[in-house]
Design a protein around this ligand. Sequence first.
Ligand SMILES: *[C@@H]1O[C@H](CO)[C@@H](O)[C@H](O)[C@H]1NC(C)=O
Ligand SMILES: *[C@@H]1O[C@H](CO)[C@@H](O)[C@H](O)[C@H]1NC(C)=O
Ligand SMILES: *[C@@H]1O[C@H](CO)[C@@H](O)[C@H](O)[C@H]1NC(C)=O
Ligand SMILES: *[C@@H]1O[C@H](CO)[C@@H](O)[C@H](O)[C@H]1NC(C)=O
Length: 164
Amino acid sequence: MEVSRKIIVCLLMIITMGYSITEGREPMLHRVGGGRFTWKPKVNFTNWTSNERFYKGDWLYFGFDKHIHNVLEVNKTNYEKCIDSDFINNITRGGRDVFQLLEARSYYFLCGRGFCFHGMKVEIIVEPLAVPLSPTMNNKAYSSLKINRIELVMFLVIIFLCIF
Ligand SMILES: *[C@@H]1O[C@H](CO)[C@@H](O)[C@H](O)[C@H]1NC(C)=O
Ligand SMILES: *[C@@H]1O[C@H](CO)[C@@H](O)[C@H](O)[C@H]1NC(C)=O
Ligand SMILES: *[C@@H]1O[C@H](CO)[C@@H](O)[C@H](O)[C@H]1NC(C)=O
Ligand SMILES: *[C@@H]1O[C@H](CO)[C@@H](O)[C@H](O)[C@H]1NC(C)=O
Protein backbone atom coordinates (compact mmCIF):
# COMPACT_ATOMS: atom_id res chain seq x y z
CA MET A 1 0.00 0.00 0.00
CA GLU A 2 2.73 2.41 1.06
CA VAL A 3 4.83 1.54 -2.00
CA SER A 4 2.05 2.03 -4.53
CA ARG A 5 1.15 5.40 -3.02
CA LYS A 6 4.77 6.46 -3.35
CA ILE A 7 4.77 5.39 -6.99
CA ILE A 8 1.62 7.39 -7.70
CA VAL A 9 3.05 10.51 -6.05
CA CYS A 10 6.25 10.13 -8.02
CA LEU A 11 4.39 9.68 -11.29
CA LEU A 12 2.34 12.81 -10.62
CA MET A 13 5.49 14.78 -9.87
CA ILE A 14 7.15 13.57 -13.06
CA ILE A 15 4.08 14.44 -15.13
CA THR A 16 3.90 17.90 -13.55
CA MET A 17 7.58 18.53 -14.17
CA GLY A 18 7.35 17.35 -17.76
CA TYR A 19 4.40 19.64 -18.28
CA SER A 20 6.16 22.67 -16.85
CA ILE A 21 9.21 21.98 -19.03
CA THR A 22 7.25 22.20 -22.28
CA GLU A 23 4.91 24.94 -21.06
CA GLY A 24 7.76 26.89 -19.55
CA ARG A 25 9.52 27.61 -22.85
CA GLU A 26 10.40 31.28 -23.03
CA PRO A 27 8.85 33.14 -25.98
CA MET A 28 11.42 33.71 -28.70
CA LEU A 29 12.01 36.77 -30.83
CA HIS A 30 12.46 35.89 -34.50
CA ARG A 31 14.17 38.46 -36.68
CA VAL A 32 12.30 38.21 -39.97
CA GLY A 33 14.82 37.48 -42.72
CA GLY A 34 17.47 36.55 -40.16
CA GLY A 35 19.01 39.94 -39.40
CA ARG A 36 18.45 43.37 -37.85
CA PHE A 37 17.52 45.01 -41.11
CA THR A 38 16.29 42.20 -43.33
CA TRP A 39 12.68 43.06 -44.15
CA LYS A 40 13.73 44.06 -47.65
CA PRO A 41 13.61 42.79 -51.24
CA LYS A 42 15.80 39.93 -52.48
CA VAL A 43 15.71 38.09 -49.15
CA ASN A 44 14.56 34.51 -49.46
CA PHE A 45 11.93 34.44 -46.72
CA THR A 46 10.86 30.89 -47.61
CA ASN A 47 14.37 29.73 -46.92
CA TRP A 48 14.41 31.70 -43.68
CA THR A 49 11.14 30.22 -42.36
CA SER A 50 12.21 26.70 -43.31
CA ASN A 51 15.03 27.04 -40.78
CA GLU A 52 12.85 28.42 -37.98
CA ARG A 53 10.06 27.08 -35.80
CA PHE A 54 7.42 29.39 -34.47
CA TYR A 55 5.44 28.70 -31.34
CA LYS A 56 2.41 30.41 -29.88
CA GLY A 57 3.54 33.44 -27.88
CA ASP A 58 6.70 34.06 -29.92
CA TRP A 59 7.49 37.48 -31.36
CA LEU A 60 8.44 38.60 -34.84
CA TYR A 61 10.81 41.51 -35.39
CA PHE A 62 10.72 43.44 -38.65
CA GLY A 63 13.68 45.73 -39.29
CA PHE A 64 13.24 47.98 -42.32
CA ASP A 65 13.28 51.48 -43.75
CA LYS A 66 9.89 52.94 -42.83
CA HIS A 67 10.14 55.56 -45.61
CA ILE A 68 10.20 52.83 -48.25
CA HIS A 69 8.68 49.68 -46.81
CA ASN A 70 5.83 48.65 -44.56
CA VAL A 71 4.49 45.51 -42.91
CA LEU A 72 0.89 44.45 -43.28
CA GLU A 73 -0.85 41.34 -42.05
CA VAL A 74 -3.21 40.05 -44.73
CA ASN A 75 -5.28 36.94 -45.32
CA LYS A 76 -4.20 33.97 -47.42
CA THR A 77 -5.91 35.08 -50.64
CA ASN A 78 -4.41 38.56 -50.53
CA TYR A 79 -1.01 37.12 -49.61
CA GLU A 80 -1.00 34.90 -52.68
CA LYS A 81 -2.12 37.74 -54.94
CA CYS A 82 0.00 40.46 -53.28
CA ILE A 83 -3.02 42.65 -52.58
CA ASP A 84 -2.18 45.27 -49.95
CA SER A 85 -5.62 46.82 -49.55
CA ASP A 86 -8.04 45.12 -47.13
CA PHE A 87 -5.21 44.24 -44.78
CA ILE A 88 -6.00 42.78 -41.35
CA ASN A 89 -3.28 44.58 -39.38
CA ASN A 90 -0.85 47.38 -40.04
CA ILE A 91 2.31 46.47 -38.16
CA THR A 92 4.32 49.42 -39.49
CA ARG A 93 5.52 51.83 -36.83
CA GLY A 94 9.10 53.09 -36.78
CA GLY A 95 10.85 50.39 -38.81
CA ARG A 96 11.92 48.28 -35.85
CA ASP A 97 8.60 46.74 -35.21
CA VAL A 98 7.49 43.69 -33.29
CA PHE A 99 4.41 41.54 -33.51
CA GLN A 100 3.36 38.78 -31.14
CA LEU A 101 2.04 35.53 -32.58
CA LEU A 102 -0.81 34.92 -30.17
CA GLU A 103 -2.54 32.08 -31.98
CA ALA A 104 -1.47 28.72 -33.34
CA ARG A 105 -2.33 29.33 -37.00
CA SER A 106 -0.81 30.65 -40.23
CA TYR A 107 -0.05 34.35 -40.39
CA TYR A 108 0.58 36.15 -43.68
CA PHE A 109 2.65 39.32 -43.97
CA LEU A 110 3.59 41.38 -46.95
CA CYS A 111 5.06 44.72 -47.88
CA GLY A 112 2.72 46.96 -49.79
CA ARG A 113 3.58 49.54 -52.47
CA GLY A 114 4.42 46.76 -54.93
CA PHE A 115 7.35 45.26 -53.00
CA CYS A 116 5.38 42.08 -52.37
CA PHE A 117 5.87 41.28 -56.05
CA HIS A 118 9.63 41.43 -55.42
CA GLY A 119 9.41 38.74 -52.77
CA MET A 120 8.67 40.81 -49.66
CA LYS A 121 6.09 38.42 -48.27
CA VAL A 122 6.27 35.75 -45.63
CA GLU A 123 4.01 33.02 -44.30
CA ILE A 124 4.52 32.16 -40.64
CA ILE A 125 3.11 28.86 -39.42
CA VAL A 126 2.64 29.02 -35.67
CA GLU A 127 2.55 25.78 -33.72
CA PRO A 128 0.91 25.24 -30.35
CA LEU A 129 3.28 25.26 -27.38
CA ALA A 130 2.92 21.75 -26.01
CA VAL A 131 5.07 19.61 -28.27
CA PRO A 132 3.91 16.01 -28.09
CA LEU A 133 6.75 13.68 -27.21
CA SER A 134 6.03 11.25 -30.00
CA PRO A 135 8.39 9.34 -32.29
CA THR A 136 7.29 11.55 -35.19
CA MET A 137 8.78 14.58 -33.47
CA ASN A 138 11.78 15.65 -35.47
CA ASN A 139 15.11 16.93 -34.24
CA LYS A 140 14.39 20.51 -35.17
CA ALA A 141 11.41 20.71 -32.82
CA TYR A 142 13.49 19.19 -30.09
CA SER A 143 16.44 21.51 -30.45
CA SER A 144 14.35 24.67 -30.56
CA LEU A 145 12.60 23.61 -27.39
CA LYS A 146 14.76 25.31 -24.81
CA ILE A 147 14.71 23.16 -21.72
CA ASN A 148 15.72 25.05 -18.65
CA ARG A 149 18.75 23.35 -17.12
CA ILE A 150 17.56 23.77 -13.55
CA GLU A 151 14.27 22.13 -14.44
CA LEU A 152 16.11 19.28 -16.09
CA VAL A 153 18.27 18.74 -12.99
CA MET A 154 15.19 18.82 -10.74
CA PHE A 155 13.51 16.36 -13.05
CA LEU A 156 16.44 13.94 -12.79
CA VAL A 157 16.60 14.35 -9.00
CA ILE A 158 12.92 13.47 -8.71
CA ILE A 159 13.38 10.38 -10.84
CA PHE A 160 16.40 9.41 -8.72
CA LEU A 161 14.45 9.88 -5.46
CA CYS A 162 11.57 7.86 -6.86
CA ILE A 163 13.73 4.93 -7.82
CA PHE A 164 15.58 4.67 -4.51
C1 LIG B 1 19.16 29.56 -46.69
O1 LIG B 1 19.34 29.71 -45.29
C2 LIG B 1 20.58 29.23 -44.84
C3 LIG B 1 20.60 29.29 -43.32
O2 LIG B 1 19.95 30.42 -42.83
C4 LIG B 1 21.68 30.08 -45.48
O3 LIG B 1 22.94 29.60 -45.06
C5 LIG B 1 21.56 29.98 -47.01
O4 LIG B 1 22.52 30.82 -47.61
C6 LIG B 1 20.18 30.36 -47.46
N1 LIG B 1 20.02 30.11 -48.89
C7 LIG B 1 19.40 30.95 -49.71
C8 LIG B 1 19.20 30.49 -51.12
O5 LIG B 1 18.98 32.04 -49.32
C1 LIG C 1 14.49 30.08 -51.53
O1 LIG C 1 14.89 29.05 -50.64
C2 LIG C 1 14.18 27.84 -50.85
C3 LIG C 1 14.54 26.87 -49.73
O2 LIG C 1 15.91 26.87 -49.45
C4 LIG C 1 14.50 27.31 -52.25
O3 LIG C 1 13.79 26.11 -52.47
C5 LIG C 1 14.08 28.37 -53.28
O4 LIG C 1 14.47 27.95 -54.56
C6 LIG C 1 14.72 29.71 -52.97
N1 LIG C 1 14.15 30.73 -53.86
C7 LIG C 1 14.89 31.59 -54.51
C8 LIG C 1 14.16 32.59 -55.34
O5 LIG C 1 16.11 31.59 -54.43
C1 LIG D 1 -9.45 37.75 -47.91
O1 LIG D 1 -10.00 39.04 -48.00
C2 LIG D 1 -10.59 39.31 -49.26
C3 LIG D 1 -11.02 40.77 -49.28
O2 LIG D 1 -11.51 41.18 -48.02
C4 LIG D 1 -11.73 38.34 -49.51
O3 LIG D 1 -12.29 38.58 -50.79
C5 LIG D 1 -11.21 36.92 -49.44
O4 LIG D 1 -12.25 35.98 -49.58
C6 LIG D 1 -10.49 36.68 -48.12
N1 LIG D 1 -9.87 35.37 -48.14
C7 LIG D 1 -9.86 34.53 -47.09
C8 LIG D 1 -9.12 33.24 -47.26
O5 LIG D 1 -10.44 34.81 -46.03
C1 LIG E 1 0.45 51.95 -41.20
O1 LIG E 1 0.73 52.67 -40.01
C2 LIG E 1 1.73 53.67 -40.16
C3 LIG E 1 2.06 54.21 -38.79
O2 LIG E 1 0.91 54.42 -38.02
C4 LIG E 1 1.22 54.73 -41.13
O3 LIG E 1 2.21 55.71 -41.29
C5 LIG E 1 0.92 54.07 -42.48
O4 LIG E 1 0.34 55.00 -43.37
C6 LIG E 1 -0.02 52.89 -42.30
N1 LIG E 1 -0.11 52.18 -43.56
C7 LIG E 1 -1.26 51.87 -44.16
C8 LIG E 1 -1.16 51.11 -45.44
O5 LIG E 1 -2.34 52.15 -43.67
